[in-house]
Ligand binder design. Structure first.
Ligand code: K7E
Ligand code: CUA
Ligand code: CA
Length: 649
């Protein structure tokens, strides 16, 4: 790029931060490709081919429709599903990858008037209500989303996602991509890391997910009922196991220090959590005082044996068995349920390598990753390893502020460096050789600037045995000058990096509404969604023989059907003060033929998909005429799809 153009570009951009000066080529390249220079407002085109096309005056749309590089042409489908957490939006998201096109938002802990999540009776029951029927919480903070496993790879059955804010685990069924269960973790605050198991620890025939592990990050009085308010030394944190099928809490382990993120071994025997507050401190300086923290390993079979043998306690009013995983109670490795492996200072993430051999912590406050060999952890649990630290087989220096590590399935690891604003590619075997004393090897293979300050990084199928080494996604916390400014709040950047070659190559910037944390990139053939619902799955389905309006005292039940373009009941008459329940079943069978149901001035809005049933209950307290109308475009007569809701004084 010539100098004149560069200067103009910089002048046109919003205020530059000082970091910009160090970035040079890679940042500017993306903008050139985006057509900013030509003054066009097309979505950033990322390949050299399309950049060249716009420079030579070829219509951008024409160039974009040819399937070049990593672009997905109009009408073409993506190769991957990208399931993302949504941070403090409380939702989960589905994105097509590599295109970055948003396909769907899945409301989970938040309220969504489009589908009626948090509005319908069915969704309220899943989210959780107070005795008066109102929602217990309307907010959430999703960080980690993971798929259920079979044979060491995704089986396409469920997604699990955490709520750090109110310590809940949600399950999403992948045939409908809807949340079907939410479980509150007792005696936990700041429930952060989440990971499904991949196999049963005892029975190898159960080679699929039956448990989900949850790390409690903040230590609190146990129970948190007003006692020990001023004595943090008595506070504690718990590691929780939830049954994947029933979504009931199976057991909890009390630990020293805290939990953060979670990883599970492919053989089902171990789960691990990185612990950055081994100091058990209640202030920041204290949490950073130790030179080393830990990665805590849990022996699942031993924990479940203790629970079976009744060797547990309860905390407060919770009925969940709690076993003691603190160091003092686990001195003998041969009976220990926990193993505290020393790791770098304030480790942030822990990730399992696809070969099943290693867990890697990214040591946020030291410039290292810590590689722990699972076979050696097993040796420690068998009493055959001298110290916990002996399970560490490498600790390569990789850069500043490492947070999360992903894998390509070819022996390489990719770690996000928050402070360096880079992704570092390093080789696990080389790191091990270096740690053993071979000074001639350098495990760091490549570094690439990202824009800016990456949090999570994850690779296509990277958390499965089928890691394919195609894409790495850098979930950046700041986008600053990467997109048109949209006010003081910027979107985030998800940067797609091609990791198939020796050198990493940033191939596109995707926008993200704040603020995604973790995500997974799943091959599309794994996902099998339904086309329409099964009416018999809804016990309250409205059929011609049970449709109509009935009254019991001041409770009115309106049982209605929809068939495009009409509701089955043209007029609903109730009296002021009535409690009205509307149950609506969509009898259309055509794929995607969804109807809405909005009731003006009654705060009701939801949709029913083909063959689906939903219900809402509300008070009719304002006399008048209200047009119930279809909110979801369904038919040429969509606007006429209405029903009179008359409230008599
Ligand atoms: Cu690193 Cu909550 Cu997984 Cu955010 S956490 S980035
Ligand atoms: Cu039915 Cu729009
Ligand atoms: Ca610490």
């Amino acid at each position: 790029m010539d100098k004149a153009k560069k200067t103009k570009l910089n002048k046109d951009l919003p205020e530059q931060n000082t970091r910009r000066r160090f970035l040079g080529q890679s940042a500017l390249l993306g903008l050139a490709g985006a057509g900013v220079l030509a003054g066009c407002k097309e979505e950033p085109a990322v390949t050299k081919a399309s950049a060249a096309a716009s420079a030579t005056g070829t219509a951008v749309s024409k160039a974009a429709s040819a399937p070049v590089g990593h672009e997905v042409a109009p009408g073409q489908l993506d190769d991957y599903y990208f399931f993302s957490s949504g941070g403090h939006s409380g939702e989960a998201r589905i994105i097509g990858y590599p295109s970055g096109r948003t396909l769907r938002r899945i409301p989970v802990f938040n309220i969504d008037p489009m589908v009626g999540w948090g509005i319908t009776n069915e969704s309220k029951a899943i989210i959780g209500t107070n005795p008066d029927g109102s929602l217990k919480y309307t907010t959430g903070d999703t960080h980690h989303i993971h798929g259920s496993y079979k044979d060491g790879t995704y089986d396409g059955r469920w997604l699990f996602v955490n709520d750090k804010l109110h310590s809940r685990l949600a399950r999403i069924r992948m045939d409908t991509m809807e949340c079907d269960k939410i479980t509150q973790l007792p005696n936990v605050m700041g429930y952060h890391g989440t990971f499904p198991d991949k196999c049963d620890p005892v029975d190898p025939k159960i080679n699929y997910t039956t448990r989900v592990f949850c790390g409690g990050e903040f230590h609190i009085p146990l129970p948190n009922d007003g006692h020990d308010l001023n004595d943090p030394s008595k506070w504690g944190a718990l590691f929780t196991c939830i049954d994947a099928e029933t979504m009931e809490v199976r057991w909890q382990v009390r630990i020293d220090g805290n939990c953060d993120l979670v990883a599970t071994s492919y053989n089902g025997k171990y789960a691990a959590t990185n612990s950055y507050n081994t100091e058990n401190a209640a202030d920041q300086a204290g949490m950073m005082s130790a030179e080393r923290d830990a990665c805590i390993f849990f022996d699942i079979a031993r924990i479940e044996k203790l629970v079976k043998d009744g060797k547990f306690t309860h905390i407060g009013t919770s009925k969940v068995p709690v076993v003691d995983g603190r160091k003092a109670a686990n001195q003998d490795p041969k009976t220990a349920i926990t193993c505290y492996v020393p790791a770098g200072k304030n480790p942030h993430g822990v990730n399992a390598s696809p070969d099943g051999k290693y867990f890697v912590t990214s040591d946020k406050l030291s410039p290292t990753a810590t590689v722990i060999e699972i076979a050696l952890v097993e040796k420690w649990f068998n009493g055959e390893l001298k110290t916990e630290r002996d399970a560490v087989v490498a600790q390569p220096e990789i850069g500043l502020g490492p947070l999360h590590t992903a894998f390509d399935g070819k022996g390489n690891a990719f770690t996000t460096l928050f402070l360096d604003s880079q992704i570092v590619k390093w080789n696990v075997d080389k790191a091990i050789a270096q740690y053993k004393g071979d000074k001639s090897v350098n495990p760091v293979l490549d570094k690439v600037d990202v824009h800016y300050q990456p949090g999570h990084g994850f690779a296509s199928m990277g958390e499965t045995k089928e890691a394919d080494g195609k894409y790495f996604n850098s979930g950046n916390k700041f986008s600053k000058d990467r997109f048109l400014p949209v006010g003081p709040l910027h979107c985030e950047t998800e940067q797609m990096i091609d990791i198939s070659g020796d050198k990493m190559r940033i191939v596109s910037d995707h926008t993200a509404y704040p603020e995604p944390h973790d995500a997974i990139i799943m091959r599309r053939d794994i996902v099998k969604t339904r086309q329409i619902y099964n009416m018999d799955d809804f016990p309250n389905a409205v059929k011609p023989d049970n449709a109509g309006i009935t009254r019991k005292g001041n409770k009115v039940s309106v049982r209605m059907m929809s068939v495009a373009p009409a509701y089955s009941i043209p007029e609903i008459r109730v009296k002021k003060g009535d409690e009205v329940t509307i149950t609506l079943t969509n009898h259309d069978k055509v794929e995607d033929l969804t109807h809405g149901c909005g009731i003006p001035y009654h705060n009701i809005n939801f949709i029913v998909n083909p063959q689906e049933t939903k219900s809402v209950t509300f008070k009719a307290d304002k006399p008048g005429v209200y047009w119930i109308y279809c909110t979801h475009f369904c038919h040429a007569l969509h606007l006429e799809m209405r029903s009179r809701f008359i409230v008599e004084a």
